[in-house]
Design a protein around this ligand. Structure first.
Ligand code: T46
Length: 139
């Protein structure tokens, strides 16, 4: 499992005036951003995700709330808690991901490397394991 998937988002500001966080394609995110979407009004303890992308790369951040993301590369599962607007999680191609809403009102924002394409999703876990075992995402 790649240990550098959790990144700190560059932030400017003060407790008196508030904070501004930002990231840039190329400088902070290792792909060009083609699409942004966000998920909100999700009941606490809801599980979403449950898929892997064949090629899509994404960065996830939670500007408000607490969302747990579990990444699974087919060998190992690792849990990441997005509980600060300064945390970003890279979800590179080939990582099965589940997201759990841990706090009411939590918002998940996503910047993605490509447009929406349902054909890029594998939503069957056994099929994901077959792809991973066959080395589909290996260099
Ligand atoms: C992901 C995680 C982090 C669209 O029509 N356009 C879009 O850009 C997206 C993202 C979704 N949709 C449709 C597809 C489904 O009919 O919206 C519906 C809900 O999507 P889904 O069930 O895939 O939502 P999540 O929260 O399980 O997954 C989403 C993204 O789809 C996925 O790419 O990596 O967030």
């Amino acid at each position: 499992m790649n240990s550098s998937l959790l990144r700190r988002i560059r932030t400017r500001g003060s407790t008196e005036q508030g904070f501004l966080s930002f990231f840039e394609s190329g400088n902070d995110v290792p792909f060009t951003i083609a699409r942004v979407y966000y998920i909100y009004d999700v009941p606490v303890e809801t599980r979403r995700g449950m898929h892997v992308h064949k090629t899509l790369q994404q960065v996830l951040w939670c500007p408000y709330g607490e969302i747990e993301v579990i990444l699974d590369d087919g060998n190992e599962k690792k849990s990441y808690l997005l509980d600060s607007p300064e945390k970003a999680l890279l979800v590179l191609r080939g990582y099965w991901h589940d997201m759990y809403w841990r706090k009411e009102g939590s918002v998940l924002c996503v910047a993605a490397s490509d447009y929406y394409d349902e054909a890029d999703y594998i939503r069957d876990y056994d099929e994901f394991l077959r792809y991973a075992q066959e080395g589909y995402w290996d260099k």
